[in-house]
Design a protein around this ligand. Structure first.
Ligand SMILES: Cc1cc2nc3c(=O)[nH]c(=O)nc-3n(C[C@H](O)[C@H](O)[C@H](O)COP(=O)(O)OP(=O)(O)OC[C@H]3O[C@@H](n4cnc5c(N)ncnc54)[C@H](O)[C@@H]3O)c2cc1C
Length: 351
């Protein structure tokens, strides 16, 4: 079997396939394996129940969501059995269950288990209606292209431009709802400069503790239950991509997952973002940044890519962010979806 993409989904699929006696070849467009997984916080998680998942991501496909809820705990054990290092046994978020892995150790464990991983080798997007070998599309969706089209910043690996999606479409695949939805974060706006190493700790994750205004000065309402602030970031994206977080000095000592609000404001200032005094508050200029896309190829619970007629396309599978339908209308763990559907693809191919 061939796997396109050596990120979380592709490496999980390849590692599991090898265990089951199928020989995978993984082709990776980038000059290193790991994709966005390597840049991530490494928290692989799920909502506590399917009902919670449905409430958080109401437009997602219940059958895909059920599979994540039912399979993730065993899949986490499997990751650990490969030697992936657990940093924390819990997520620290009462809404979710999962583990935090060291991203570098996780990548190394998976590469070791996957075997033949060839970097600097992009899968072509030429039409190829019936691949001779089973093909798993795991190219990480199209965050780079979507960010470019919407004028937003990129907060993902540099290579996920939608090659898997293009290949699937050329084979007659169907797509899911939410093709313009994305998971992202507010980041310091230009002239601020930040790179891959700052993706996590430069995120401005205190919209709920601020008043948020678009570039026209219109206030953006922050929903009380938008705990991930992903709804807020997408709204900023719809309004041109830039906004101001105006935070009262009384809130500067409040904790966020990455330090206090004051720490995050200081990192934005140090990176070069505009931070202004406004009537005793601080106004921080932010830009919406795309981490991964939410819409993608339609798949079933066996990770088979579905055609426009709803039937599986022979030999074609998708996992991770190349597949849509698991978090539409909300936010869920991309690493968990990549793990669960990567395993499902390998097991289907081996069966
Ligand atoms: C800063 C940051 C923090 C994050 N934190 C978390 C977190 O804590 N928890 C969580 O669940 N998620 C997190 N994520 C998201 C998570 O990393 C992704 O959802 C996950 O990596 C998706 O897995 P994937 O295999 O679909 O894509 P990736 O892991 O991105 O892998 C896709 C791979 O495909 C390659 N590729 C692209 N095009 C081609 C081609 N034509 N041919 C061959 N290869 C190709 C890419 O180079 C890449 O290596 C975070 C992401 C970032 C950037």
């Amino acid at each position: 079997m061939v796997v396109a993409g050596a990120g979380m989904a592709g490496l999980c699929a390849a590692a599991r396939a090898r265990e089951l006696g199928v020989t995978p070849t993984v082709v990776e467009k980038g000059d290193r394996p790991g994709g966005s997984m390597l840049l991530s916080s490494g928290v692989v998680w799920r909502y506590r129940s399917l009902d919670d998942f449905r409430r958080e991501c109401p437009n997602g496909h219940p059958r895909l969501q059920r599979l994540i809820v039912e399979r993730l705990d065993d899949a986490l054990e499997w990751l650990e059995s490969l030697g992936a290092p657990v940093v924390e046994a819990e997520t620290g978020n009462p809404r979710t269950i999962g583990r935090r892995f060291d991203p570098r150790g996780l990548t190394e464990a998976l590469v070791g288990a996957a075997g033949d991983v060839r970097t600097g080798r992009a899968m072509g997007s030429d039409p190829k209606p019936r691949p001779e070998e089973p093909l798993v599309l795991a190219t990480g969706g199209f965050p780079v292209r979507l960010a470019r089209e919407l004028g937003l910043a990129i907060r993902s690996n540099a290579w996920s431009e939608g090659d898997g999606l293009a290949f699937g479409l050329a084979c007659g695949a169907d797509t899911t709802a939410g093709m313009h939805e994305f998971y992202g974060r507010a980041m310091p706006a230009p002239p601020a400069r930040w790179g891959e190493d700052e993706f996590v700790d430069h995120a401005q994750l205190y919209g709920r503790l601020a008043r948020v205004f678009d570039e026209s000065g219109d206030e953006i309402a922050v929903e009380g239950d938008d705990w991930s602030e992903n709804g807020l970031v997408q709204e900023i994206g719809r309004r041109g991509g830039r906004a101001w977080f105006v935070v009262d000095r009384d809130n500067l000592a409040q904790e966020t997952p990455y330090g206090t609000v004051a720490d995050l404001v200081e990192r934005a200032r140090a990176a070069g973002a505009t931070v202004e005094e406004r009537d005793g508050s601080l106004a921080v200029h932010v830009v919406a940044a795309v981490t991964h896309t939410i819409g993608g190829l339609a798949i079933d619970e066996r990770a088979r890519v579905l055609g426009a007629n709803g039937a599986p396309i022979a030999g074609l599978y998708a996992a991770g962010v190349d597949a849509g339908g698991w978090s539409t209308g909300g936010y869920a763990s991309g690493l968990a979806a990549a793990l669960v559907f990567g395993l499902a693809a390998a097991e289907e191919i081996a069966s």
